[in-house]
Design a protein around this ligand. Structure first.
Ligand code: UDP
Length: 364
C-alpha cells in the first residue's frame, strides 16, 4: 500500500485535487491522507468546493492563514514537519504554486520523503510574482514533476531537470472541466439569479497581487471593466484580496456587477455562457479554452503561452491596453469558440488524474 499525503490549501488546489483524490480512492494499493493548510478558509473559498466536488473531509486542518508570505510559509512548515514525521507517508503530493505547495514540498524533502508536483514546469519568467518563486523552488525539490503541456516539460529541460523526473500527463483541470460540465449545466441557477443571458455578458476575475497591490493597475482594470459595462453586463465574483484592495483604494464601480466568490459549478456555468472572459487567473484562462469562450488576460505575461500563440487568448497588460476595446474586439472576432479551433488537444485527453495515480503506484 502506497500512502499519499496530499497538501492543499487554496481554491485552485481544491479543484485540482478533486479529480486526483477520486482517482486515488478508485485505485487499489493507494491510500490518501488529506491535509488542508488553512490558507483559504472562507466558506465560499474553501468549504463549498469540498461539498460540491465530493472531496473527502481533510484528515488534518492546520489552520494556518494570513500574515506575510514568510510567516505563513514558516508556520505551515513547522506544522507539516510534525505531521509528516507522525504519518510517514510514501509520497507527498502538492499542487500548483501557492505557499502551501512550497511548504509541503520543502517539509517533505528535508525529511527525505519523495515529493510529486502536479502542474510542474509552469513559468511566467517574472520573478516578482510570489507564485513564480514557489514554482521554481517546488520543481527543484520534487522527485516527480507532473507537467501539463509540452511548454512546461521544455521549461524544465531548459533548467537541466533530468528526463526521468518529468512525467507529462496533461492538465488535471481539464479532467474537472469534463467531469463537472453536465452537473453544472443541470444544477447551477446563477444566470437566473443575476438576470444574465447566455452569450451576452463579460465574466471577470481578478486576484493576483501584481494587480490588487498596485493601485494604478487595479485602477486601470476597474476603469476598463466599467467602460465595458456600458456595453454589456460585466459580472465580477470578488476574491477577498481584491475586495480588500478596492476598499483600501476607495474604488466603488457603479456598473460592474460585484458578487461574492462562487462555487465551482456556478463558476463553470458563468464561464461557459459568457461572451468573453477577462481574468488574471491561471485556471480561468484554461477553463475559458475548455468551454470554448474567448479570453482576455489582464496581465503582462502568461504561463499558458500556447493559448496566446494559438490565438485563443489575448494579453491586455493593465495600464497600457484599452481593456474595453480589446474585450469588444475579441467578442466580435470570436477568437475562442470551440468550432473555430483545430483538434490538437494541448492539455491531454481528460485522463490526467489516472496517469498520475498510475505513476505514483508504479514508482518506488
Ligand atoms: N473559481 C471559482 N469561483 C470563483 C472564482 C474562481 O470556483 O468565484 C475557480 C475557477 O473556476 C478555477 C479556480 O477557481 O477553477 C481558479 O482559481 P484562482 O483564480 O483563485 O487561482 P489561479 O488559477 O490563478 O491559481
Amino acid at each position: 500500500m502506497q500512502r499519499i499525503l496530499t497538501v492543499i490549501g487554496a481554491r485552485p488546489q481544491f479543484i485540482k485535487a478533486a479529480s486526483v483524490s477520486r482517482a486515488i480512492h478508485a485505485k487499489e494499493g493507494l491510500a490518501e491522507v488529506l491535509v488542508h493548510t488553512g490558507q483559504h478558509f472562507d466558506a465560499n473559498m474553501s468549504d463549498v468546493f469540498f461539498d460540491e466536488l465530493g472531496i473527502p473531509a481533510p484528515d488534518y486542518h492546520l489552520g494556518v492563514s494570513g500574515g506575510g508570505h514568510g510567516a505563513m510559509t514558516g508556520r505551515m512548515l513547522e506544522r507539516l514537519e510534525e505531521l509528516l514525521e507522525k504519518e510517514a507517508p510514501d509520497w507527498v503530493l502538492v499542487y500548483g504554486d501557492t505557499n502551501s505547495t512550497l511548504a509541503g514540498a520543502l517539509a517533505a524533502a528535508k525529511l527525505h520523503i519523495p515529493v510529486a508536483h502536479v502542474e510542474a514546469g509552469l513559468r511566467s519568467f517574472n520573478r516578482r510574482m510570489p507564485e513564480e518563486l514557489n514554482r521554481i523552488l517546488t520543481d527543484q525539490l520534487a522527485d516527480i514533476l507532473f507537467t501539463p503541456t509540452d511548454t512546461a516539460s521544455d521549461n524544465l529541460r531548459r533548467e537541466g531537470v533530468s528526463e526521468s523526473r518529468i512525467a507529462q500527463v496533461g492538465d488535471v483541470m481539464f479532467d474537472a472541466a469534463l467531469f463537472y460540465a453536465e452537473r453544472a449545466a443541470e444544477r447551477s441557477a446563477i444566470l437566473n439569479e443575476h438576470g444574465l443571458n447566455k452569450g451576452e455578458y463579460v465574466l471577470a476575475t481578478i486576484h493576483r497581487a501584481e494587480n490588487t497591490d498596485d493601485p494604478e493597475r487595479l485602477g486601470a482594470i476597474m476603469t476598463g471593466l466599467e467602460a465595458a459595462a456600458q456595453e454589456r453586463p460585466v459580472v465580477l465574483p470578488l476574491h477577498p484580496r481584491t475586495r480588500a484592495a478596492m476598499a483600501r483604494e476607495g474604488f466603488e464601480p457603479q456598473h460592474i456587477r460585484l458578487i461574492e466568490p462562487v462555487g465551482y459549478l456556478d463558476m463553470v456555468a458563468l464561464e461557459s455562457n459568457a461572451a468573453v472572459i477577462a481574468t488574471d487567473s491561471g485556471g480561468v484562462q484554461k477553463e475559458a479554452y475548455f468551454h470554448g469562450v474567448p479570453c482576455v488576460t489582464l496581465r503582462d505575461e502568461t504561463e499558458w503561452v500556447e493559448l496566446v500563440e494559438m490565438g485563443w487568448n489575448e494579453l491586455a497588460p493593465p495600464g497600457s491596453a484599452d481593456i474595453a476595446l480589446l474585450l469588444r474586439n475579441v467578442v466580435e472576432r470570436d477568437i475562442g469558440r470551440k468550432e473555430n479551433r483545430d483538434k490538437r488537444n494541448i492539455y491531454g485527453e481528460g485522463e490526467t488524474s489516472t496517469h498520475i495515480t498510475s505513476t505514483l503506484s508504479e514508482e518506488y
